[in-house]
Design a protein around this ligand. Sequence first.
Ligand code: CO
Length: 166
Amino acid sequence: MTSRFTLLALPLLLAAGAAQAHDHAPAAADDAPAVVRDCAVDVQGQPGKKFSPSRIEIPATCQNFTVRLIHTGKNSKEKAGHNWVLTTTADIDRVMLDGMAAGPQGDWLVPNDARILAKTPMLGGGETATVTFPVSRLKAGESYTYYCSFPAHAEMMRGTLTLAAK
Ligand code: CO
């Protein structure tokens, strides 16, 4: 009985795997890095807890890099705030958990957290903020993640950032 099930199920599993791989291809194309000009990029914090773009690659020639965050939603920062917080991908989950424990007074971030490489203030709908940071903080080949530290956004509202090789 068991072996018969396995024989019947195997092609279905293979087909499911193939379908999944196929479904993933368009998502990867949509996920192309933002086009960066003048060492700056606009990032939208959108309804649905999404960043657009969700990938940024900083050109190796940039000395400083500027992110302008635009909250395109309508909710107040207390109800559904967005900020842009950059850490290494290795640090992100600990920074998030420690930030949650730190509470709302510092936008759900630990004050002076050395793991945070750059951040904007928390914004409400329609607001904009800019952060500029030295690219010397980053290493080519390292994976960085930006996220929104607002509770219930922090786990899914994320994007990846890399520094291009010279
Ligand atoms: Co948010």
